[in-house]
Design a protein around this ligand. Structure first.
Ligand code: NAP
Length: 284
């Protein structure tokens, strides 16, 4: 029977560990405050923002909400982020993506101070990740490393194939697997013979944004399969980039959707917020 990797349970464990750590750090006078900025009222973004605020409340981190109207200009948003950069009370800044089309997301990401970049998207955070310096890690890939480690799945020496090369999932995923001493291949839409590449994987991580794309023909017997995708199918059921029912009988371990990678992202965002408290501790 394959191991079904329980992201809900593992993310809860992490949140409980963080809650205990926050209590201890708070007793030493440390604090964390996350500024959560949302522009417009896209319903999906509102759900994500509320979940992040709820997680902050659970762990004992203060969150400050900035809900700006859809017509907010890019310069107005830049000014707010600069103000938050200079606010000593704010340790972390999160600008919920996607932003409305008239705002340049890259400019906003680059405006956030790397010292408050709890999403890990700033080019300085990305550079630190690749050269192995301490810094904020992109939350979804960092969550996947935790899923593997806490499920007893070793990475060192394994053949890891990441399908997808986005800046928020595929590329940082590859960097983190490399840091864990995996042998890493990154595949994408121009990869030739994708099935040949994915069938090499001991650990296959799929982040392509295509509903149930990966079937058992893409997977080596006994592989570990991590599904980052998140979709609602025609029957309104949540599903991933992997055809779970088709792939599950052949693997040694697999993440379900929902309840796999999804819950880990917020847990690792909370870890990044707590990291700002740990840093205060080190500096004292
Ligand atoms: P993205 O920015 O759209 O990137 C998709 C990547 O997949 C691209 O690199 C693309 O290649 C590649 N790709 C597309 N079709 C392919 C194919 N047929 N064969 C091989 N590669 C292909 O997506 P993303 O932001 O990384 O997100 C991927 C999925 O993860 C989405 O379903 C998203 O909703 C989900 N997601 C979940 C979480 C979570 O917390 N659970 C977080 C983030 C994302 P090219 O570069 O060549 O175009």
């Amino acid at each position: 029977m394959p191991q079904i990797i329980d992201g809900k349970k593992i993310s809860q464990q992490i949140k409980d560990e963080l809650k205990a750590e926050v209590q201890e750090l708070a007793s030493k006078g440390r604090h964390a405050c996350l500024a959560v900025v949302q522009v417009g009222n896209d319903p999906a973004s509102s759900v994500y923002v509320n979940n992040k605020k709820k997680a902050c409340a659970y762990i004992g981190i203060e969150s400050r909400s900035y809900e700006l109207p859809e017509e907010t200009s890019e310069n107005e948003l830049v000014s707010l982020v600069e103000e938050l950069n200079n606010d000593a009370e704010v340790n972390g800044i999160l600008v919920q993506l996607p932003l409305p089309g008239h705002i340049d997301e890259d400019r906003i990401i680059r405006t956030i101070s790397p010292d408050k970049d709890v999403d890990g998207f700033h080019p300085v955070s990305v550079g630190r990740l690749w050269i192995g310096e301490k810094g904020f890690l992109s939350c979804t890939p960092a969550g996947i490393i935790q899923l593997l480690k806490r499920s007893g799945i070793g990475i060192e020496g394994k053949r890891c194939v990441v399908v997808g090369r986005s800046n928020i999932v595929g590329k940082p995923m590859a960097a983190l697997l490399l840091r864990e001493n995996g042998t890493v291949t990154v595949a994408h839409s121009r990869t030739k013979d994708l099935k040949e590449v994915t069938r090499q994987a001991d650990i296959l991580i799929v982040a392509i944004g295509k509903e149930r794309f990966i079937t058992h023909e893409y997977v080596k017997d006994g592989a570990v399969v991590i599904d980052v995708g998140m979709h609602r199918d025609a029957q309104n059921h949540l599903c991933g980039d992997v055809d779970f029912a088709d792939v599950e009988p052949f693997v040694s371990a697999i993440t379900p959707v929902p309840g796999g990678v999804g819950p880990m992202t917020i847990a690792m965002l909370m870890n990044n917020c707590v990291e700002t408290m740990r840093t205060q501790e080190e500096r004292s």
